[in-house]
Design a protein around this ligand. Structure first.
Ligand SMILES: [Zn+2]
Length: 404
């Protein structure tokens, strides 16, 4: 793909990472995996930052290993959003749609709280089974304009549509916005959460760059997408999710809702950060290369002292970081993760065995590299026994550091 996902403008390269294995492809055996090219680019016209390599979504999302319900921080976030939407007078008569509903955890909460009609859309068939058990109505499919017309004839309009951590994953985000426009009631609210390019850029979070994350969004890119599809963003807030995200409140262009000052404030901040200026965007490459070097040097120096190093968290971004920094089974002993789906398998491209966290002991680990650094406090608290016995943690961002 050499054209922008939002405006079809020409793409200009920031950095080329070479080839990596898909970060969601956890093999059962140490077998040679197929690797795919990946590079970061910006659009010459609208400046949207994106990768240029678009893979068949079936490769990425048919069997998805991330279950929403697992992390405590995520449950806390879901409860937070429920408090926020009360101002829009959600009640038992409301109709709620979630795009990329994952295992149904969020809709289950909404249903319990407001006793309203909920519907989830998610392409992962393995997650639908979990969703069914929760008695959350869901359809295994990709949300787009075509599906939105089918949903309209079957279910009518929706008062609330949620899209949390999905817009960055799709190759054509205009399809999602267009589908939302088709399904939203005149005064309905579309709530979208997306990792903020501002944080990724400012704090050097290049571990967000992998094939599932096609686009890196700013408030500007969300405004552009809304305008393209007769929608308008009327409010926005920063949330502590995925290392710093934006929660955007969007409605139909014709809605009576007034636009909050915060929209202008965050837009101005983005300008000051240089998110729309090629000169600033190109600096990202040097920052990334320097971080990869310090990560490699730290691990190497510990290995020279015969230290045992393991990693915590088998999330997608952890797998990107391991591959970018070339940290593999030969210098990392073990990976720990709560997800039963991943335990017993190997990390993609780097072949580190994944075990359940209860196997983590001070005897087998000196340093624990926290790959899910966005929930580092939760992990450190959980592994306090390891810490009390002298175990140390490595936090990779903003720059690699040891916490004892
Ligand atoms: Zn563009």
């Amino acid at each position: 793909m050499s054209r922008c996902r939002i405006c079809r403008g020409k793409l200009i390269k920031i950095i080329d990472f070479g080839k990596i294995a898909l970060v969601g492809d956890f093999p059962k055996k140490k077998i040679k995996q197929k690797k795919y090219k990946i590079s970061l680019n910006y659009c010459k016209i609208c400046k949207h930052v994106q990768i240029a390599e678009i893979l068949n979504p079936n490769l990425l999302f048919k069997e998805y290993f991330w279950e929403t319900g697992i992390s405590k921080s995520n449950i806390y976030l879901m409860e937070g959003i429920i408090k926020k939407i009360k101002r829009f007078k959600i009640n038992a008569k409301s109709k709620v749609l979630e795009i990329a509903s994952n295992d149904g955890s969020f809709l289950e909460l909404i249903k319990k709280k407001f006793k309203c009609f909920v519907l989830g859309i998610d392409p992962a068939k393995n997650l639908k089974k979990i969703s069914d058990k929760k008695k959350v109505l869901s359809i295994s499919d990709y949300f787009n304009s075509k599906l939105s017309r089918k949903l309209l004839s079957r279910f009518g309009y929706f008062d609330f549509i949620f899209a949390r951590n999905v817009i960055a994953h799709v190759s054509n985000p205009n399809e999602i916005f267009n589908g939302v426009k088709n399904l939203l009631t005149d005064e309905g609210t579309f709530i979208l959460e997306v990792p903020h390019l501002g944080n990724i850029f400012q704090f050097n979070q290049y571990d967000n760059i992998f094939h599932e994350h096609v686009g890196f969004h700013s408030l500007k890119s969300i405004i552009d997408l809304s305008q393209n599809n007769s929608l308008k963003i009327f409010d926005v807030e920063k949330i502590d999710s995925q290392g710093g995200s934006l929660r955007c409140y969007i409605c139909k262009k014709s809605s009576k809702k007034t636009v909050s000052k915060k929209v202008f404030q965050i837009f101005d901040k983005e300008k000051k950060l240089g998110l729309f200026y090629p000169k600033e965007l190109k600096k990202f490459k040097l920052k990334i290369l320097s971080h990869i070097n310090s990560m490699k040097n730290l691990i190497q120096s510990l290995k020279l002292k015969n230290k045992k190093i393991s990693v915590y968290g088998a999330s997608g971004k952890g797998q990107a970081l391991l591959q970018f920094c070339n940290l593999r089974y030969n210098n990392i002993d073990c990976a720990y993760d709560k997800s039963k789906l991943k335990q017993g398998r190997y990390t993609p491209g780097t072949f580190i065995k994944i075990k359940k966290p209860s196997k983590l002991k001070r005897q087998n680990t000196d340093y624990l590299l926290i790959l899910s650094w966005n929930i580092k406090n939760e992990i450190i608290k959980q592994e306090k026994k390891f810490k009390h016995k002298g175990g140390k943690f490595i936090v990779p961002f903003p720059s690699p550091r040891i916490i004892s």
